[in-house]
Write a protein that binds this ligand. Structure first.
Ligand code: GTP
Ligand code: MG
Length: 325
């Protein structure tokens, strides 16, 4: 990696062969349909991809067939530059070997870079029955804990997630992993909390439009269905925006894309384009008595105003972050 890459937040994807590393990368960052990953070939050498979003992100896949610890491979330099180590375990396969491999990698990574975030994906859970998923997670956490204890590494923080490329779990989990790499996250969350309090918004996400990862949200808990509705709203908006490209293109460009949708269940979805490929998507509850319905226009006017203040603050924050410290 050269210096340019070293300034990016880097995520390293590791795991045994056929675990699903490349599939995850393709589905999350390249919009590949999950079924199409069936035909992906096994990766033979490390591959690096870069994505520009709120932060510049590099995702590197280390193929399962590579021996990272052979002397010709500069693992030390690699691990010292990485922000998050994402280890993918195939939950549909025999996973004991993977756990031994994982502990060995944690031991090494932690020694080289004690600040590294260690994230374990218990992957392909679509093939497991609901009850068995929790059992598998418990078993994997227990065994990893034991192995780390044997290595004298009981203090190391490891996060475990259940994932599949066939539902939204992989996006939700990647969102949480990427967020840990954003230094401005606490300020962003604060700003979003402020927005929620002053705008009768129920839930708000700051999405990376390309990947559907959310880089920040307000501090209320994330419910996966809300996430799904908001992520799908982005797709719909993009499709419509493509349809009407010539329609007042100029004004749309100046102000950024905006879209509002009234759902049958009384909810209102609000989307506004932000800077750097981001969009703000908010869910607004509109279940007041019918006579109060016309107040929605008022609510939306306030939201418009507050969201434009948020956008300005975001742009300022981004400018400040670029300055050398
Ligand atoms: N059922 C299921 N299959 C998956 C999932 N994710 C990936 N796969 C399948 O797993 C297989 C292997 O995926 P790859 O992405 O090539 O695995 P890899 O970890 O990159 O493998 P190497 O390059 O050999 O290290 C493919 O056939 C995918 O379709 C998942 O969430 N569920
Ligand atoms: Mg691969």
């Amino acid at each position: 990696m050269d210096n340019q890459e070293a300034t990016n937040a880097t995520i390293l994807l590791m795991g045994l062969r056929r675990g699903g590393k490349l599939s995850i990368c393709k589905v999350v960052f390249h919009n590949m349909q999950p079924l199409d990953t069936l035909y992906l070939e096994s990766t033979s050498k490390p591959t690096l991809e870069q994505f520009l979003s709120l932060i510049d992100l590099s995702v590197m896949e280390l193929p399962g067939q590579l021996n990272y610890f052979e002397p010709t491979y500069d693992s030390e330099r690699l691990f010292s530059l990485v922000g998050a180590l994402v280890y993918v375990i195939d939950s549909q396969d025999e996973y004991l070997n993977a756990l031994t491999n994982l502990s060995m990698i944690i031991e090494y990574a932690y020694k080289v870079n004690p600040n590294i975030h260690i994230e374990v994906l218990i992957h392909k859970i679509d093939g497991l029955l609901e009850d068995y998923r929790i059992d598998a997670q418990r078993d994997i956490m227990q065994r990893t804990g034991d192995e780390l204890l044997d290595l004298g590494l009981e203090g190391v923080q490891v996060s475990f997630y259940l994932t599949s490329i066939f539902d939204h779990s992989i996006y939700e989990v990647f969102s949480r992993i990427v967020q840990k790499l954003i230094p401005e996250l606490p300020s962003l969350e604060n700003m979003l909390d402020n927005l929620v309090v002053h705008s009768s918004i129920d839930k708000v996400f700051l999405f990376d439009v390309n990947s559907k990862i959310y880089v920040a949200t307000d501090s209320s808990p994330v419910d996966i269905q809300t996430y799904e509705v908001c992520a799908e709203f982005i797709d719909i908006t993009i499709d419509l925006d493509d349809l009407y490209v010539d329609n007042e293109r100029k004004t749309a460009k100046d102000n950024g894309v905006k879209s509002i949708s009234y759902l049958l269940n009384g909810l209102v979805l609000y989307l506004k384009q932000m800077i750097r490929g981001l969009a703000l998507v908010a869910l607004i509850r509109n279940d007041d008595a019918p006579e109060e319905k016309q107040d929605m226009d008022e609510v939306l006017t306030i939201i418009d105003y507050n969201v434009s203040c948020f956008k300005q603050a975001l742009a300022k924050m981004w400018e400040a972050a670029k300055l050398p410290v």
